[in-house]
Design a protein around this ligand. Sequence first.
Ligand SMILES: [Zn+2]
Length: 315
Amino acid sequence: MKTGICFIIVIPLLWFNLAMAASDLKVVVSIKPFHSLVSTVMQGVSEPALLLNGNNSPHTYSLRPSAAVKLQNADLVFWGGENLEGFLAKAIHSLAAGARVVSFEDTPGLILRPFRSGKEWQKLDPESENDQDHLKKQEIHRLPGNDPHIWLDPLNAQKITQNLVQILSEFDPENAQTYHSNGKKTILRLSDLNIQLETKMSSVSSKSYIVFHDAYQYFEKRYQLNPIASVTVSSGPSTSVGRLIDIRKKIKNKNVLCIFTEPQFSPKLVQTVISGTAVKKGILDPIGTSISPGPEMYFTLLNNISHSISNCFKK
Ligand SMILES: [Zn+2]
């Protein structure tokens, strides 16, 4: 009896899924925020595959066999470029040999910001052994060029969406109309998001804080925030003793109210930095580790970042 009911339910569902699968275009996207924007444009057509899921940083991740298979089968691959996703830099063109590979950094009209310089962000002492080690690691993340955390500005997300509509429509002209109307809706939602964030962030724009790694300047400059420094200079989990002492000084001298850890890295370092000070601790997550992938993910991510920042100052 139970099996009978199952068949009655399952068969129409299968038929419905087949009828909706208007495209067999295989699209692969590197990280969740970008994957979310691609998902909004492809809604109702098909779902893009996601390469990097779970609690991993794109800076320190290494490619898994399952991800390599996704790349081999892809028609279209979107990624964040070698400054962001070192794990893909060598493999992407050989593994995805049959695919068109598009870096989001090449999006027309994108606002690109150079890496922040200065001791607060990344200047290192070449005499120090610890810093020498960092200079080596830096090669992974700090290639010359632009800061790759481009998605953390909704106006960049709009440009990315616009470009996605263009590329997907070229690849899959049958669904061009859907891509265009989805893209239009997303771009409008991103305008609304930008206005909401502007209002929300205006009340905390003068407050000083420290971040774990220098990932947020697109967000910070868009909403005129006041970050003082990053704990690490490269994107890895360690830093030098000299730098920690410097940061403790800054906490005292620059009236730093909050320090933000990231879920991808151990908060031990941050604990060392703030012990004995009155600074409050918050969490910022630039790639949305705990958020489910999909069309809503991008909006949740930016709202979470703004909540984390304003909540830390409220406590
Ligand atoms: Zn980063």
